[in-house]
Design a protein around this ligand. Structure first.
Ligand code: MLT
Length: 390
């Protein structure tokens, strides 16, 4: 038996696992310290009443022979696929339900989609970015090219015609920097992908935090994207599903490479390797799109954005350079005093008992930067600000 040696090329543990371990060790040594966690982007507000009511009703259905459900369609129930389709339609994006695949979250789909592509493909990934793009391609042994995101380009790299790639990743609003591409910039990426004959993997997990109506929330708002792009989205940050698990991936029917339909490939992959999201969870997710659900989740999103504004205000008062926090729940700051990301992590953990995420964990260009999340409770966020300001 031979192992997949690519695993030996990975960092020893996943970024957030590593941070979790460090924080647990510190807490075990200092049980009296009250640690504020603004590290992993995990939500703190409970599921909204519309979701809970729908899930309760679904539980009741599952307890009666007449309404009990066993295996569901692997790609999701029509009621949820149609609700997602209609959500896109509100923004002028026309999708077919068959192009929407319900899953247990964007992270799984972002990793699993790679089943569809040859290991010989070259991948282009922004740096810094969500570590799952890099790690999953290392696991598959693909060649990775990086595009620099930095202060000079506002953490929004644009295509370099001299570089050729087969698979391109974009995340907007960006995790970790909070930077958001405008229409013109995304058009440049779509044109480049079409020119290269590449597939564009667009992570829209943070789309609901875009307040500026001029900014695109889906790659499919851009002309030509249906011929080159796949979009991943999630209920995690939108509706507090980090623990409940539900997301969706859009694979347009026009997406064809070497005469093969990626929509059909993905359906084949999902029906073979996945048994679908629990009915109860899908009912909860569908409730997010009802008028009550929308009103309730927007209240929660506004709560987090108020936290973001408070952290951003504190950064301004302290004279710390930062981006994000406007159309994104992340604040991306330059470590004060020229510290490295991990030095600043240790300093904040030990001196202020605040957990953040070291920028270096998102790529080499993240060195010297640090990410704080707005997903904490108001009380914890304000306390963190007070500790930082002292
Ligand atoms: C993050 O903190 O970057 C995210 O919460 C991770 C994720 O969504 O998997």
């Amino acid at each position: 038996m031979k192992i997949n040696e690519n695993y030996l090329k990975l960092e020893q543990s996943y970024l957030f696992t590593n941070i979790g371990r460090k924080v647990s060790a510190y807490q075990a040594e200092h049980p009296d310290k009250k640690i504020i966690r603004l590290g992993i982007g995990d939500v703190t507000l409970p599921l909204c009443p519309a979701v809970i009511d729908a899930m309760h009703a679904a539980v009741t259905e599952m307890g009666k022979a007449e309404t009990f459900r066993g295996y569901g369609p692997e790609q999701g129930y029509d009621f949820l696929r149609n609700a997602v389709r209609d959500y896109y339609a509100q923004r002028g994006v026309q999708l077919k339900s068959e192009e929407i695949f319900i899953s247990d979250g964007a992270k799984s789909d972002i990793g699993n989609i790679l089943d569809l592509f040859s290991a010989d493909n070259t991948v282009l990934i922004p740096d810094p970015v969500y570590p799952v793009y890099v790690d999953t391609n290392i696991m598959a042994g693909r060649k990775i090219l990086y595009m620099d995101a930095n202060e000079k380009n506002g953490f929004l790299p644009l295509p370099d015609p001299a570089v050729k790639a087969d698979i391109i990743y974009l995340c907007s609003p960006n995790n970790p920097t909070g930077a958001v591409y405008n229409r013109q910039q995304l058009k440049a990426w779509v044109d480049y992908a079409l020119d290269c004959g590449a597939v564009l993997l667009f992570d829209a997990a943070y789309e609901c935090f875009i307040h500026d109506p001029a900014l695109p929330r889906s790659i499919f708002e851009i002309e030509g994207a249906r011929r080159c792009a796949i979009e991943f989205c999630s209920f995690s940050k939108t509706a507090g599903f980090t623990g409940t698990r539900c997301g969706y991936t859009v694979v347009p029917e026009e997406l064809e490479f070497e005469g093969a339909s990626l929509n059909k490939f993905w359906l084949r992959r999902q029906t073979t390797k996945f048994n679908g999201v629990p009915y109860i969870v899908q009912r909860g997710a569908a409730a997010v799109f009802t008028p009550e659900g929308q009103e309730q989740i927007h209240k929660n999103i506004e709560y987090y954005m108020e936290n973001a504004r408070a952290i951003a205000g504190a950064m301004r008062n302290l004279g710390i350079w930062f981006t994000g926090g406007e159309n994104s729940p992340y604040i991306w700051l330059k470590c004060p005093g020229g510290r490295s990301s991990w030095e600043y992590f240790d300093y904040l953990l030990e001196e202020k008992n605040i957990v953040g995420t070291p920028g270096a964990g998102f790529g080499k260009n993240g060195e010297g930067f640090f990410r704080l999340t707005a997903f904490g409770s108001r009380e914890a966020t304000l306390e963190a600000i007070e500790r930082l300001s002292k």
